[in-house]
Design a protein around this ligand. Sequence first.
Ligand code: CP3
Length: 353
Amino acid sequence: MEKLKNDLFLRACLRKPVERTPVWMMRQAGRYLPEYRAVRAKADFLTMCKTPELAAEVTIQPIDLIGTDAAIIFSDILVIPEAMGMTLEMHEGKGPIFPSPIRDENAAKNLKLITPEEDLGYVLDAIKLTKKELDGRVPLIGFSGAPWTLLTYMVEGRGSKNFAEVKKLIYNNPNLAHDLLKKISDAVAEYLNAQIDAGANAVQIFDTWGGILTPRDFRKFSLDYISDIVGKIKRPDIPVIVFAKGVHYKIENIAKTGCDVLGLDWTMSLKKVRKEVGDHCALQGNLDPTTLYADHEEIRKRVKQVLKSYGKGSGHIFNLGHGILPDVPPANAKAMVEFVKEESVKYHIQDID
Ligand code: CP3
């Protein structure tokens, strides 16, 4: 077994005792850091993803600069559709675009099954190199998009307001939607297992767009596929985190997928969710990301509120309720991390003996 110098994150995921609450931030390797922008000035986003040396460098930046207790591999959820054969373009200011979205059987037929080692080998190489460079300082998290969130991008072709195209697909051609979701799920399961084999210490599934579905459709078109994937992930000792945004109505069902950690957005109460699912899962979250625009006193106050809401004992991983925003001052992110480290000790005193 690998010896980590700081394994607070992994212990909290498995609800084992910790001395203080671990903390990391979704999208922590990103544009709010001038050091990230300096690397990004020399290479476009996809080149960074596909160059293990650059991916490893920006993955480790927030560990050095912000002091988080886990690293998350620098990549993107959209590398899977690209590996399946779709053309992916990253447009400055507009975000990712698939110029030929999938709208019918014909387009779907062209999607290929992936072999992670061949089609996404650059991510696996980035994981191996990052692990080497981290030298056991903190655990490394691998990740994937959930099948539903990947399908929304593959069908819409870009970010969307109403998600009209993917909704048309599930209402008018549910069989095709399910065929696609099944194909994507197989790719996600293989990809996450390959990341674990390459050295990832935990994996997170991002269902950013779960919340655009009705509760019933969320179960049918998202949750069933997430459950299937969680069941296929190699265990034990590798925590699986499911972060689905805007799905408070299904949080108990997500806990039943067998995942170790539930990621919560800031609209939910940690206290209430802990009461409902605390015997099954650890909880990750859930400071409103815009809190980092406030002054340090206000940030400390709100960090304390989140810690208090979870309460005493292990099983809480502090995080934002969604990704860090690109115009947040890095000093505020750093202050938040320091406040979590200081203020959380008193919630764990009874765990030490
Ligand atoms: O968390 C991390 O630091 C690891 C890296 C990471 C990125 N994207 C880097 C990135 C992770 C985990 C993601 C996940 C991701 N990507 C999600 C799910 C999480 C979420 O935030 O909801 C989604 C929906 C995407 C798709 C995506 N990628 C969008 C919508 C965009 C454009 C919007 C934006 O934030 O710019 C991207 C680009 C992207 N992915 C950037 C980064 C650092 C910015 C690219 C740049 O440097 O220009």
